[in-house]
Design a protein around this ligand. Structure first.
Ligand code: SAH
Ligand code: SF4
Length: 408
């Protein structure tokens, strides 16, 4: 998508001509991610009468989330005059796709540029009978889990609800998932069926925006991904877990990864603040928890760190009494990572103990490894570039210092 530009000379006939002719336009507020109520309020601020604003908000909502409109021009049941007003004041632009990579196993990874130039990654994982979109909640992550690539990224900000919802819209655009005109929606099969908040960032540290975004994503009159098919993964922000159940009502996944505090303190350092016992207590009290709505415990298999038979037995014991699923995740290495993935026979032995305790097929097959799209490998290109620029600068400085020393 081209960057928005404004021809100054055309906007103001008295303005002096500028060499090159264009400057960046001020960013118009996006309507993506707003609830119907907030949408109506925004329209009122733009001068649309209160009564009309409610009707327009419903129309807009339908265009954005049921039909996948990418511009006001497409919204043909809204009068041209209103469309022009809207287009002058607001945007429904998608995020800019910097790159789209498709893995040999069908996994797709998009690098998306936000309006301020920051970048996030979104991954789509097709499986038989379902398709899962892995959505980011932050640029980078303030937490520093030692096995996670995102945790090494320094630049961090929360994504807005609009930027979170826009990841879903972008994926649907790319998958060609909007209803075709004159085709009954009933017969149309969906490829994007599930959403997991497991991309970059800690979603419970961006609670309000994630909640607002998931409200839009799950709305039956819009994107319609049921809350049973939305999973939020947290490293264990204990004080927000009950609220997550109460206010979001989505499925919960916990990045457990260790059964002892001394090991978890290193792997998932937030454990020093909220140790395992407190985390599991919050899980036991998770609103809506039942055998039909279990918590998923994620456990990354790290060679020689957390993968012994004793660890497996302790894991089963620890989770006793909690309606749980266990997901063993083979560690996905990334350039410079300090860990190794457990050997396959070790993973199988560990899984066997977990299986015998009644947990079904707990090993998650890594997907999209060839495009670094697997769990914990997400990190934006711009950050990598910055890192390489930093490295180049450090090298130049070192060379200059060496040259100066040899001159002296
Ligand atoms: N911040 C949240 C959600 C994003 S991470 C959280 O930590 O839960 C999604 C999952 O990927 C988490 O379980 C995380 O621990 C796991 N993960 C991170 N890096 C990984 C890696 N290199 N290999 C395998 N899993 C990883
Ligand atoms: Fe952040 Fe989750 Fe990575 Fe930990 S595992 S650094 S919480 S994204």
């Amino acid at each position: 998508m081209p960057t928005q530009t404004l021809d100054i000379a055309r906007a103001n006939p008295n303005a002096p001509a500028i060499a090159g002719g264009t400057v960046s336009a001020p960013v118009r507020p996006s309507l993506i991610g707003l609830s119907r109520k907030k949408l109506a309020a925004a329209l009122q601020e733009a001068g649309i009468a209160e009564k009309e604003s409610r009707m327009r908000a419903s129309q807009l909502y339908n265009w954005l989330y049921v039909r996948g409109a990418t511009s006001f021009d497409q919204m043909t049941n809204i009068s041209k005059a209103v469309r022009t007003t809207l287009a002058e004041q607001f945007s429904v632009d998608r995020l800019e796709i910097v790159s789209e990579q498709i893995s040999t196993d069908g996994t797709r990874k998009w690098l998306l540029r936000l309006a301020d130039g920051n970048e996030v990654e979104t991954v789509f994982i097709p499986e038989p009978g379902r398709g899962t979109l892995c959505v980011s909640s932050q640029v980078g992550c303030t937490l520093t889990c030692t096995f996670c690539h995102t945790g090494t990224q320094r630049l961090v900000r929360n994504l807005t609800a609009g930027e979170i919802v826009a990841q879903v819209l972008t994926a649907r655009d790319s998958l060609g998932e909007w209803p075709q005109p004159n085709t009954p929606s009933a017969g149309q099969q969906r490829t994007l069926t599930n959403v997991v908040m497991m991309g970059m960032g800690e979603p419970l540290y961006n609670f309000d925006h994630v909640r607002d975004a998931l409200e839009v994503v799950s709305d039956g009159d819009g994107l319609s991904v049921s809350k049973r098919r939305i999973t939020l993964s947290t490293s264990g922000v204990v004080p927000e877990i009950a609220r997550c159940g109460d206010e979001m009502g989505v499925m919960l996944a916990i990045s457990l990864h260790a059964v002892r505090d001394d090991i978890r303190d290193v792997l998932v350092p937030i454990n020093k603040k909220y140790p395992i016992a407190e985390l599991l207590e919050a899980c036991r009290n998770y609103p809506g928890l039942s055998n039909a709505r279990r918590i998923t415990f994620e456990y990354v298999m790290l060679k020689g760190v957390n993968d012994s038979d004793a660890d497996a037995r302790a894991l089963v014991k620890l989770l006793k009494g909690i309606p749980a699923k266990i997901n063993l995740i083979p560690f996905n290495p990334w350039p410079g990572s300090a860990y190794e993935c457990s050997d396959w026979d070790r993973i199988e032995a560990f899984a066997e103990i977990v299986n015998r305790a009644g947990y079904a097929s707990p090993v998650r097959t890594p997907r999209g490894r060839d495009i670094l799209a697997a769990c914990g490998q997400l990190k934006s290109e711009s950050e990598k570039e910055r890192a390489s620029v930093r490295l180049a600068r450090a090298r130049t400085e070192a060379q200059e210092a060496a040259a100066a020393a040899s001159d002296a």
